[in-house]
Ligand binder design. Sequence first.
Ligand code: NDP
Length: 323
Amino acid sequence: MTKAIRIHTNGGPEVMVWEDVPTPEPGPGEALIKHEAIGLNFIDVYFRSGLYKAPGLPLIIGQEGAGTVLAVGPDVKSPAVGDRVAYAGPLGGYATERVIAADRLVKLPDAISFETGAAMMLQGLTAQYLIRRTFAVKPGDTIVVHAAAGGVGLILCQWAQHLGATVIGVVSSEEKAELARAHGAAHTVVGHTKLAAEVKRITGGAMVPVVYDSVGKDTFAASIDCLAPLGLMVSYGNASGPVPPVDISMLGAKGSLYLTRPTLATYTTKRSDLERIAAELFEVVGSGVVKIQVNQTFALKDAGLAHAALEARKTTGSTVLIP
Ligand code: NDP
C-alpha cells in the first residue's frame, strides 16, 4: 500500500482524505516513482472544487512532482530505475508513490533539488510558454502580469525582466508589491480598480502589447483596458472564478485586440516540446536568472491546510507538499 490524498466528492479543502491506496504497478510505457516533493498549484483547487471536471471519483489530485524512479514497465528505455525525475501535467500527484506515463517525465539536473523541481515544473513551464511562445517578450516591451507575487507570477517577473521587458505587476497588498519588485517587477499596482489609468501613466499613454491575466472573472475587463491596439489578452487562469462569456465585437471596439486562453497541456503535447521547454527552464534556474521561491512547505497529509492558504491569498511564490 501507499499513502495518498484522495477526494471522493467535490467541495472545500475538507473533502481531501489522507488514506491508504494500493501501490500501482507500472504497465507498458509507464514508470513508478517515489515522490520526494509534490507541487501545489491553483489547478488542484479547481479539480477539488469541481470547477474543472474530474475524470472520475475517487480522484488523487495534484499535477506536479519530483522524485526517484522505483520501477519501469516493459519497453520503457528512459528514464531508468534510480533516476531523479520531475513532471507537470498528469493527475495523481498527491501520493507517496505514483505511476505515470514515462514520456511525461524529465530528468532533473543534479544541481536542482527535489523541492525546487516540484515547485517549478508546472509554474515554470507555464511561464516559459507564456513569455517565449504565446507572446514572445522582447527587449523594450512593457507587460502586465497579474498575481505577480504568486507562483507563476514571481517566475514571470524575473524571466521577463531578464528578457529586457518592463514588468507592471498587479498584486493585492503592499507586502506582495515589495516581493514582486524584489523579483523584477519595475512597477507594481495594488488592486485592479485603477489599473488601466496606472498603466496609461506608466506607459505615457502607449498602453501595453500583452496582459498575462491568471485571475479571471474579477480582472478580465480591467486587463482588456490596458492593451494597446492589436494587443494580446492572455487569459490563462481563474483564481477569482471563470471569465463570463465574451462578446467578441468588444475586441474590435477596443482596438482589434487578440484573445487567447492557453493551457500548458497544448504547449507540451509533443515530447520534443516538453524537452525543449524544460531544458530552457532548467537553464534559467540553473544559471540563477530565475530563483524559485519555495515560500511555504506543508506535509502532504496537511494538503487541506495548503489549499486553504492558497485560496485565502496567504501564499507567495511556490508551495510544496512533502510526503
Ligand atoms: P498563485 O500563487 O498565483 O495564487 C493565486 C493568486 O491569485 C493569489 O495569491 C492572489 O494574488 C490572486 N488572486 C486574485 N483573486 C483571487 C481570489 N479571488 N482567490 C484567490 N486568489 C486570488 O497560484 P499559481 O501560481 O499556482 O497559479 C496562478 C494562476 O495561473 C492560477 O489561476 C492558475 O490556474 C493559472 N495557471 C494556468 C496555467 C495554464 O497553462 N493555463 C498553468 C499554471 C497555472 P493577489 O493576492 O496578489 O491578488
